[in-house]
Design a protein around this ligand. Sequence first.
Ligand code: ASP
Length: 420
Amino acid sequence: MTLTKKIIIFMIAGALLGLLLNLTEWNQNAYIDTYLTGGLFHLVGQLFIKSLKMMVVPLVFVSLFCGTTALREPSMLGSLGGKTLLLYLFTTAVALILALSFALMVGVGTGAEIPTTLEYAAKADKPLIDVILNIIPGNPVMAMAEGNMLAVIVFAILLGFSASQAGGAGAKVIEFFQSFNEVIMKLVMLIMHFAPYAVFAILTQVFAQLGIDAINTLAGYFFTVLSLLVFHALVVYPLLLKLLAGISPAMFLRKMEAAWSFAFGTSSSNATIPVTLRTVTERLGVNKSVASFTIPFGATINMDGTAIMQGVATVFIAHAYGVDLTTSQLLTVVLMATIASIGSAGVPSAGLVMLQGVLLQVGLPVEGIAIILGIDRLLDMTRTAVNITGDAAVTCIVAKSQGQWNEDVFADPHAGEIKD
Ligand code: ASP
């Protein structure tokens, strides 16, 4: 059996067990709550997520360093960076326009009840100027320690570029980091083998806590976001792949399965970077030099799924409070949510924190977030899967246009598959 199949089976089993615990109300049994879902399952899930996170900073730094050195010519870095950035922004704008139009069309949130206890502790969102200032790490070690990915990315690119220009001395450093890169990927593979058990534990816990009742009360919002997310992943990206690069969407989607299950389990694009990177290079045939640049970059700045949630949530909250959004407010949402998706980190719930900025900008009550908070976890899982699909799709398109895409690897259904 392949690892992906095993993960999917364990994932479904976990969701079913969680629902069972919830429906039978065993989830409220003190022993089950303390020792099983809140104890053992919590432990297994968190250990796994932490092990993946453990790999993110070293992996992003080393692979980006190696990726940059492989580009050699500064102009290659420029054209790769330019195309990638443009496509990332474009897909996010499309996501937002679709989300807003659909949400307005179905009138999501009209007549929604606003709970009387609206406790939502607003967290500070970062002003744009800070986001820009943080791109250059005043202290790269601190940027790594704090997991400030954009700064780590910039440092790795600058250092990689210098190494490729530094002759013999540079070559030695490059050789070391190339070996280091392989060692890191080996460890990622080892960790991936634990994924089925961890995903089982995480899903049991989430579903035992939430059940389906949570969805019932917010069904309109939930299914609007969900259908847009599915549409974006299964229609928009495939169209772009086909039209811009002539790449087969069916094969692409099929090979994304493993990365999806990790995104689903961790709700974090960052924690999924090792798996997304492996998927696009080993399974989809993208050259490492391109992927090691575009994937960490995308996990940090490209979040189409998050943008969709933010678009729908803004319309939902506006309607719930009886506000009609004007055209200029809608344009502000597109702009702000695009910036918000760049500024938000690829970690669980980051999208909700950044939603505050969008709401404030259009003058809507931030407390509205409290209404959708309860079911956000389920949507977070799904939008994270969409976020990384966007990164992978853009990566394939850019790689093909740069002549850095191996069609044979892509066409082989079993390329890079991990057996369990
Ligand atoms: N969890 C999402 C991610 O990591 C971000 C968010 O929308 O909350 O991609």
